[in-house]
Design a protein around this ligand. Structure first.
Ligand code: RAM
Length: 344
């Protein structure tokens, strides 16, 4: 009896082990036309994601086309919806979308899926998850709230007024991160930090610059502007520097080291965070290609090896009920000790 019991347990363990290791190695060589669709063209981090996608495209010897198309900044919502519809009409195998259109893009994304075009989101998901095969999440969205709360705490020494300068009001990623920050700020540790305002610069430099100055006028006791966008944080830091305000109002959020290095070294933006957009483009391409070529199903538990980046699995998205994500990983916090090396 005893040996039978052990035998069954051992068999179960072996079975569980082999199931956990069942990674699909993605084979290249099948043609699939794919579209990388950022929020809009002209943002450096999206060009970096494109480079990562191009790397994967070459590595997988995809004889199909990789298109990089996006709307103009002023027409982002309508433009994204139109490009999604066009991709479906063209019979593209997959669209990789960084969503700047909230749930307004969902009907077009659903129609694309019904026409046989897979929709993989990255950077910014479709909030409802409708019309989306899976979301490639750069980092855990909840943890961004904690990281921003921590940076605010260390910059303000635990006490002071903070305002948020975001991207566009329809940007699903920034909206989720702001909600996560507000949640994190409820902790006792952060009770000295007062969030006084949230404004939107639409990921456009000049508008962000002006909105940052608007915050300064409106809030005489402001100590920090937290900007969870690479465009917003750079424009805000420039505005504070141009006005000679860096001693009074600090800047933090999500930024690109090469764009932020001078503001970190001169003290305007002592700390900020980000992840690697090239890796995000590479992993997104692998995911979309694996799905579009039928090598994995976009279902919970599907797991695969994404080239140089290793193993990933589709899991439930803790932030969006019923939606699925692949979690890329962690991000880096930059300060004067590491920003110069990262900016190279
Ligand atoms: C901007 C975009 C992008 C976001 C980064 C942090 O470049 O809004 O979607 O991920 O900031």
């Amino acid at each position: 009896m005893k040996s039978l019991f052990l035998g069954t347990t051992a068999a179960a363990l072996i079975f569980a082990g082999s199931a956990a290791m069942a990674q699909t190695k993605i084979e290249g060589g099948t043609d699939a036309n794919m579209v990388l669709l950022p929020k809009f063209l002209g943002i450096l981090v999206f060009d970096q994601a494109h480079e990562g996608a191009q790397e994967a495209h070459a590595e997988l010897k995809n004889g199909g086309e990789l298109l990089f198309v996006g709307p103009t900044p002023e027409n982002s919502v309508a433009g994204q919806i139109e490009l999604m519809t066009t991709a479906a009409t063209q019979g593209q195998a997959a669209v990789m979308l960084s969503n700047n259109a909230g749930d307004q893009v969902a009907p077009a994304a659903k129609a694309a899926q019904e026409a046989g075009t897979h929709v993989v989101t990255w950077d910014s998901p479709i909030p409802s998850g409708e019309g989306e095969d899976v979301f490639v999440a750069q980092v855990d969205f909840g943890s961004i709230g904690t990281v921003m709360a921590e940076m605010a705490h260390s910059i303000l020494n635990g006490e002071g007024e903070m305002a948020i300068l975001s991207a566009s009001p329809d940007a699903a990623n920034q909206n989720a991160w702001i909600a996560a920050l507000e949640e994190a700020l409820k902790e006792d540790k952060y009770q000295g930090i007062k969030l006084v305002d949230t404004v939107y610069g639409n990921d456009q430099s000049e508008m962000s610059y002006n909105r940052a100055l608007g915050l300064v006028d409106k809030h005489p006791n402001l100590g920090l502007i937290m900007s969870p966008t690479t465009v917003g944080i750079q424009a805000t830091a420039k505005a504070m520097q141009d006005e000679g305000l860096c001693d009074q109002i600090k800047v933090s959020g999500l930024g690109l080291p090469s764009e932020m290095v001078s503001y970190t070294m001169n003290g305007c933006a002592p700390e900020f965070a980000l992840w690697d957009f090239r890796d995000l483009g590479y992993l997104t391409y692998y995911t979309a290609y694996a799905i579009a070529t039928g090598q994995i199903e976009p279902e919970l538990g599907a797991s695969f090896t994404a080239g140089r980046m290793g193993d990933y699995a589709i899991e439930e998205d803790p932030g969006r009920k019923g939606a699925k994500r692949i979690l890329m990983g962690d991000f880096t916090v930059y300060n004067k000790d590491n920003v110069e090396a990262a900016a190279k």
